[in-house]
Design a protein around this ligand. Structure first.
Ligand SMILES: Cc1ncc(COP(=O)(O)O)c(C=O)c1O
Length: 343
């Protein structure tokens, strides 16, 4: 990556540090399809223990962990309840239908969250006309909600609702560690209320590849079979798992720096007359809408000319994502370029 370039498109652009690469190079590896990669096994045990759950499975991506979880919890004709902005629905290539043959009931709600009552109203009656509601899935933090965090009390209530109705409860926790740091919560709290949790190592945590699905022994045994069918059985994957372990051990607490940077830049944006609206900033994502007379392409081009990369996300809105690939000087430079933009 060009060192002068400020990369705000996503925290997936993060590069492994020298120390992370050293951990990767020195990893002990084996054939993980045979269950003999000690570093993959160590990562899976670490994650299961961290969340107080029974087992875990190292996978290639967040899409893969989510899709495996949905397939493991449902059968064709079942229905999944999720938010209309959910990554599993919007950005996983129609995977819920493609991989699991399940239908989806979408909920609207503030910044990608919904309430117990909204979820309750979406559970179908036991009637042969309706799909069988089988799974509730939430995302924390919510990517399209501008990195919004759920209220843990609401999560607990939805977990109880799931149990009372014989449903499964899945968490797309691609950026769960951002929520844990922002809200001072613990992985074990989450392990107690979900049937399955997907975490990503390759976003704000800075590993090059990998996600982990965490759940019960029985579910993870089935997940391993589904991963194999999807072509996701990897061999000497310990080189990648070593990066994930390094990330979990060294890059969680520092997420607060990204949150601070996001809030700092959001405050500057709020003061600009050409910013029409801005989402509340809780973690490392800033989403803002430009004034109607400023097409988003013009703003993105301006940033591009100044070696700053950001994304347009529709509705004349821009997304900035903060991560460990940005240093203090770059944040100051970003601020100065925002101030110099002539609307
Ligand atoms: C909330 C959320 N879930 C899942 C994913 C999928 O992760 P991957 O890109 O590793 O498939 C992403 C990716 O950005 C995401 O933001």
């Amino acid at each position: 990556m060009n060192k002068n370039k400020i990369e705000l498109r996503s925290d997936t652009f993060t590069m492994p540090s020298k120390e992370m690469k050293e951990a990767m190079f020195s990893a002990e590896v084996g054939d993980d399809v045979f269950g003999e990669d000690p570093t993959v096994n160590a990562l899976e045990t670490y994650c299961a223990e961290l969340f107080g759950m029974e087992a875990a499975l190292f996978c290639s991506s967040g899409t893969q962990t989510n899709q495996i979880a949905i397939k493991m919890h449902t059968k064709p004709g079942d229905e999944v309840i999720c938010h209309e902005l959910a990554h599993i629905y919007l950005y996983e290539g129609g995977g819920i239908a493609y991989n699991s043959g399940a239908s989806v009931k979408l909920i609207a709600g503030d910044y990608g969250r919904f309430t117990l009552n909204q979820a309750k109203n979406c559970i179908n009656k036991d009637d042969i006309h309706f799909p069988s509601t089988r799974l509730i899935s939430i995302e924390n933090t919510v990517n399209r909600g501008g990195g919004s965090c759920w209220d843990f009390e609401e999560i607990k209530k939805i977990s109880d609702l799931s149990k009372a109705n014989g449903l499964k409860f899945h968490l797309d926790g691609a950026r769960l560690f951002n929520a844990l740091v922002a809200k001072k919560e613990t992985p074990k709290q989450y392990g107690e209320v979900f049937d399955s949790i997907s975490i990503c190592l390759s976003k704000g945590l800075g590993a090059p590849v990998g996600s982990v699905l965490i759940g019960s022994k029985t579910d993870i045994k089935q997940a391993k079979r589904i991963r194999k069918v999807m072509g996701g059985g990897m061999r000497q994957a310990g080189f990648l798992a070593a990066a994930g372990l390094y990330a979990l051990e060294n890059h969680v607490d520092r997420l607060s720096i990204d949150h601070k940077n996001a809030k700092y830049i959001a405050e500057i944006l709020k003061e600009q007359a050409w910013v029409k609206d801005i989402f509340p900033v809780e973690t490392n994502i800033v989403i803002f809408k430009l004034a109607d007379d400023i097409p988003f392409e013009r703003f993105l081009n301006y940033l591009n000319e100044n070696e700053i990369r950001a994304s347009g996300i529709g509705n004349n809105s821009i997304r900035f994502v903060f991560h460990l690939g940005q240093n203090e000087a770059q944040i100051i430079s970003l601020k100065e370029h925002i101030l110099k933009f002539i609307a």
